[in-house]
Ligand binder design. Structure first.
Ligand code: SDX
Length: 431
């Protein structure tokens, strides 16, 4: 623990405040400002660019070096050697499982993949063309009505059963959101399949014929799940923590995370990136869109580019690009025009001084849409798949938050810039 302090001096009054400096195991040190409010002073940081909202042992990101560790393990190694359920175990419990622990975990998940049959009724309350994320927010939130014995966040056993149920059932809910969209019957999970094979089965199988997931595509999807599993205090994970800080049930908290992830600046960027590539259409128009992205008068942004933390290549983007190659080769689509357009756009953008100056690199969402589209997954499901994978990180962050001795309800303050005190004016005297 650091013994350093910082001294704040108010130049006007000369008032001084000493604050402790605290250090983590990796990354920047932090000024502990908790005592400021009792001294009548606040910090101002809209968007939380310079705010550590919590202490966490789960994920470490170094945005300048382009590093991402889950519980200390580099994402590149996990993407290559691990699988999603093993990563979900690591995120939640802090260590890679032994073979016995993994077998038990996989079996527990496998026996929780079905949802209460009455939950199928919820889907029929939506329009057929409802966005899958709208359905997922609703149905995941409704899980608390069916799994009441896993809903008390202050009971450690219920926390674990809620985490298992969410990890196991969110893929079923996501796949059923797609099936409902296209008017096909729901496919029940099959425990003979792996986690990602099961998802492909529930997405693409029909009762009319046998379905065997393509192992290359299942492995690629599993890697996509790993890359999206957690990312420290991003907007949706912070949403889950804030919702959970009030003692809300875990299903409501994850539904809040899904809602936040849906935004095009966050998890919705993969869907927006593909729409942007389809809008650009041809490499000859890349310059026009790069110009628009640089024009402050134009709200257009290059989707899949830029990141609050990464000011270097998002390590997930490089792995996603490689996965793209593998899937397109497997499917004989290596001349996929959108992938070639994305490669050309990345090349041009990375050579453009605006993007260099603002340190804008491809993020995890730049290639993920191309991979999923090549696998036959529609645009509208891209963010639902992001939410499926991020459920592993959300439940890990939620469990860490609720079990922390520093757990308190999240209640930020504000810098008030409104009207000073004034007396009521009757309507006849208003003008
Ligand atoms: C995810 O937080 C996470 O970890 C998120 C995530 C996760 O795993 O949880 O990594 C997943 O959400 C990835 C990000 C996906 N979003 C996009 O691809 C949407 C496009 N990118 C952005 O809109 C933007 O880059 C953000 C939202 C990702 C980051 O926004 P910030 O940190 O608030 O940065 P900013 O908007 O203040 O931008 C800084 C400057 C601005 O220019 P100036 O005002 O300084 O002149 O860079 C410019 C921005 O205009 N800029 C872009 C740009 N992104 C930032 N200009 C053009 N195109 C872009 N994509």
């Amino acid at each position: 623990m650091s013994t350093q302090k910082v001294k704040i001096t108010f130049s006007g009054s000369g008032r001084q405040i000493d604050l402790p400096v605290i250090e983590g195991t990796l990354g920047p040190e932090a000024i502990d400002t908790r005592s400021l409010s009792s001294q009548g002073v606040l910090t101002y940081d809209p968007g939380f660019l310079s705010t550590a909202s919590c202490a966490s042992n789960i994920t470490f990101i170094d945005g300048d070096a382009g590093l991402l560790y889950y519980r200390g393990y580099p994402i590149e190694q996990l993407a290559e050697h691990s699988d999603f359920l093993e990563v979900a175990y690591l995120l939640s419990f802090g260590e890679l499982p032994t073979s016995e622990q993994k077998a038990a975990f996989v079996e527990k998940i496998g026996h929780q993949t079905m949802v209460h049959d009455q939950m199928a009724n919820f889907f029929h309350g939506f329009r057929r063309d409802a966005h899958p994320m709208a359905v997922m927010v609703g149905v995941v939130g409704a899980m608390s009505a069916f799994y009441r014995h896993s809903a008390d966040p202050f009971d450690p056993a219920q926390r674990e059963s809620a985490a298992l149920r969410l990890l196991a059932k969110v893929p079923t809910i996501a796949a059923w959101s797609y099936k409902y969209n296209i008017g096909e019957p729901f496919m029940y999970p099959q425990n003979r399949f792996s986690y990602s094979e099961n998802f492909l089965h529930m997405m693409f199988a029909t009762p009319c014929e046998d379905y065997q997931p393509n192992p290359i595509l299942a492995r690629a999807l599993d890697r996509i799940f790993i890359l999206h599993a957690d990312h420290e205090q991003n907007a949706s994970s912070s949403t889950v923590r804030v919702a959970g800080s009030s003692g809300a049930n875990p299903f409501a908290c994850i539904a809040a995370g899904i809602a936040c992830l849906w935004g095009p600046l966050h998890g919705g960027a993969n869907e927006a990136t593909l729409k942007m590539l389809e809008q650009i259409g041809d490499a000859s128009r890349i310059g026009e869109f790069i110009k628009r992205a640089k024009d402050k008068a134009d709200s257009f942004r290059l989707m899949g580019f830029g990141h609050r933390v990464y000011k270097n290549m998002d390590p997930r983007a490089a792995i996603m690009r490689q996965t793209c190659h593998e899937v397109l080769n497997e499917l004989g689509l290596n001349d996929d025009p959108l992938f070639n357009l994305a490669l050309e756009l990345e090349k041009i953008a990375l050579e453009d001084e605006y993007f260099i100056d603002k340190k804008l690199y491809p993020n995890v969402d730049f290639y993920s849409g191309i991979v999923m589209r090549a696998m036959g997954i529609p645009n509208s499901m891209f963010t639902a798949i992001f939410a499926l994978a991020r459920t592993a990180g959300w439940v890990a962050q939620w469990k860490e938050m609720i079990a922390s001795p520093e757990h308190r309800i999240a209640r930020p303050r504000q810098l008030y810039t409104g009207a000073t005190r004034r007396d009521f004016v009757t309507i006849d005297r208003r003008h």
